[in-house]
Design a protein around this ligand. Structure first.
Ligand SMILES: Nc1ncnc2c1ncn2[C@@H]1O[C@H](COP(=O)(O)OP(=O)(O)OP(=O)(O)O)[C@@H](O)[C@H]1O
Length: 426
């Protein structure tokens, strides 16, 4: 019975009480140290049992405490020990991780680290006059249906002055739209923040909106409204009124070449893709916003419409800060003063487009336009010239390929094209 902690405690107290009672009656002392050895009172066994049980209960209490904090692994004690091992494992040596004989070094690229440093300095300087400052911006989408969390943007730091167009160049799923969504207030950052002219995107979004323009990735237009009506609507949201409102709308239509011939008065449903995209850009620029975000503004446009749109953006960037996302290095080169290659939620490098191209560009870009039915012949020709050529663009007969520099000679490409001209309409 004494193995049960409550009974051993009771037995010990009882024996102490008995000794005290009889000692009191006989004018002697109560229990002494030497009485502990007496096998009749069993005090020694009681103390041993209680000491051992105290140690066991301590371990059990620690286990239950850890299990409840790990979350429901009572049925799997191994999981507990694995977690414990992980939790109390010695820290890894600095940023070196030895994995399967490969040494991975977690090191931020020099230009990205430099940008982070600039941002830190600017944040400490109360007179800093930057149009946009992003401070360690992170976006994590919680995992659903047992899938792990998705880290879409991993600690992005960026400073952008007025008059600069910054390009974010990256593949699908890199996190460009997630970044823009945070900047325009569609989603909240998981951590970090950003400032547009000193206003915090976490608290001052209402004020930021009055000075911000957005060209979303997909045109958000009403098919039954005219281009002009769209611009009137958005201009009024920017508090334009009276003559200033009419002038702003007409100037805007002219700037995107939708003014003449009454195009601005046609319903948007009748617009071509290029016209819709130009209207979206005009909407983003109406009301003279000081900060503009453009998410892949030229996606899906033919070369002529794209050039047209590029001219509009070039003109627009003069007195504002623009952040533009794109898949095209060519677009970034034409429009952007500075460029960041954005992959897997973080910048891989930052710099001006020429600098980055000189540093990393190992390929020629070969663009060719033919009637659509001759596309496959062009593709075969390119692969004969350069077996590992990569097609990066294809739209109604216009194809663009990346040819690795070490695989082709420019002269061979020109000769091949000259010969092909006799059979193809290049
Ligand atoms: N609401 C969401 N919930 C969960 N995951 C998301 C959500 N939105 C985006 N993601 C994931 O985050 C990652 C980044 O997506 P994002 O759309 O920002 O990339 P992107 O660079 O804009 O791609 P694209 O060029 O195709 O538009 C992707 O893996 C995507 O699947």
């Amino acid at each position: 019975m004494e193995i049960v902690p409550g009974f051993s405690l009771y037995r010990g107290l009882y024996e102490l009480g008995q000794y005290a009672f009889s000692g009191n009656a006989m004018g002697a002392t109560g229990m002494m140290w030497e009485n502990l050895k007496d096998p009749i009172n069993g005090m020694r066994d009681i103390l041993i049992v209680m000491t051992v049980e105290w140690a066991l209960m301590l371990v059990l209490a620690f286990y239950l405490d850890q299990v409840s904090s790990i979350g429901g692994s009572v049925g799997n004690p191994l999981l507990f020990f694995r977690c414990l091992q992980k939790k109390y494992a010695p820290p890894l040596q600095s940023s070196f991780v030895q994995q399967n004989h490969k040494v991975a070094v977690d090191m931020e690229k020099a230009d990205v680290a430099q940008e982070r440093h600039v941002v830190e300095q600017l944040l400490m300087d109360s007179n800093a006059n930057q149009a946009i400052i992003c401070d360690n911006l992170r976006k994590v989408y919680p995992g659903k249906d047992g899938n792990p969390d998705k880290l879409a943007v991993r600690g992005l730091s960026l400073a952008l002055p007025k008059g600069q167009c910054f390009g974010m160049l990256g593949p699908n799923g890199a996190g460009k739209t997630s970044f823009i969504s945070m900047m325009v207030g569609l989603t909240k950052p998981t951590s970090g923040t950003a400032y547009a002219h000193g206003m915090d995107i976490r608290m001052d979004m209402d004020d930021i909106y009055t000075n911000m323009g957005v060209c979303p990735q997909h045109d958000l237009l009403w098919e039954t409204l005219t281009g002009k009506e769209h611009l009137f609507f958005y201009a009024r949201l920017k508090n334009l009124k009276g003559a200033a409102l009419v002038k702003a709308v007409n100037d805007s239509l002219k700037s995107v070449t939708l003014f003449h011939g009454g195009v601005g008065d046609k319903q948007v449903g009748k617009y071509s893709g290029g016209m819709k995209r130009r209207l979206s850009v005009a909407i983003s620029l109406i009301g003279d916003p000081k900060v503009v975000y453009m998410d892949e503004p030229s996606t899906g446009l033919d070369p002529a419409s794209r050039n047209n749109l590029w001219n509009i953006v070039k003109e627009a960037k003069r007195n504002r800060a623009i952040i533009l996302t794109t898949h095209s290095m060519e677009e970034a080169e034409v429009l952007c003063d500075r460029l960041g290659i954005f992959v897997d939620g973080e910048f891989q490098c930052l710099g001006n487009p020429k600098e980055l191209k000189a540093r990393y560009g190992g390929a020629y870009i070969f663009t060719v336009t033919t009637p659509p039915e001759q596309e496959s012949e062009i593709e075969q020709l390119v692969h004969r010239l350069s077996p590992s050529a990569n097609k990066i663009y294809n739209l109604s007969g216009t194809q663009k390929f990346e040819l690795p520099k070490q695989e082709v000679r420019i002269a061979d490409v020109f000769h091949a094209v000259e010969r092909a001209k006799s059979r193809l309409s290049i």
